[in-house]
Design a protein around this ligand. Sequence first.
Ligand code: THG
Length: 264
Amino acid sequence: MFIIGERINGMFKDVAEAIKKKDKSVIQELAKKQISCGASALDVNVGPSSDDPKEAMGWLVKTITEVTDIPLAIDTTKADVMETGLASCKSKPIINSVNANQDKMNTLFGLAKKYNASVIGLTIDKSGIPKDADGRLELAIKIVTSAMEHGISTSDLYIDAVILPVNVAQVHGKEVLRTIRESKMLADPAPKTILGLSNVSQGAPQQNKGLINRTFLAMAIGAGLDAAIMDVSDKELVDAAITAELLMEKQLYCDSFLDAYRKK
Ligand code: THG
């Protein structure tokens, strides 16, 4: 599983504060902690309340790259904020994200080419998130087609079927799982699949969040999920991911499979 740590996001109070005060240590500690817990990349999002998101993104990326050269997923809907983030990265960046609107795809696949970035494509368009898998797959086809037209390899593309909170959008779970399964058939090489996992438990009681996250992650891995933006500090969640991949024969079995996975 390609694990992207979700924690450097201005929706969290400590991160929003750190951005305001330009407190590097908070961000750098969050980066190091997530890497020590098993993150292969870090999501970077300035959050909803930043008054100068471009400046904030540049500062966040520079602050993180002072302590690590792990890949960063630049998480913004604004093209100028995206380019500032990409330009500050040291390792191959991930564009998080593009949706299925043609003008967005032209801009962001253009940036992907310029900065040699991987791209996360959300199955969203002007009408929003389709309710069922067929609607999501139609948008995934548009994204795959546009990536190819821009000369981006489908192996550098992650399809995100967009999971919504189970407490308000319960019907979406199984549709997301079918989208993951069938996205694999849209191109050769197959596009990868990803989820922003914690969306699924947003608004659920605190004591249920972990259980909802790890159960859905195991189901999604069963459907073929390759990557997740998730709470990597939740050890039971990471254990569930490793175990689900073991059961899908992505890792060779041994009695100490959790240790063996973490050591490599
Ligand atoms: N797809 C892609 N990128 C994404 C998402 C996605 N980026 C953002 C988001 N969704 C994934 N990141 C998070 C981070 C935190 C939470 C959910 C998704 C979250 N936070 C807690 C909550 O709201 O209950 C706690 C917040 C707090 O403490 O303030 O759930 O889907 N490509």
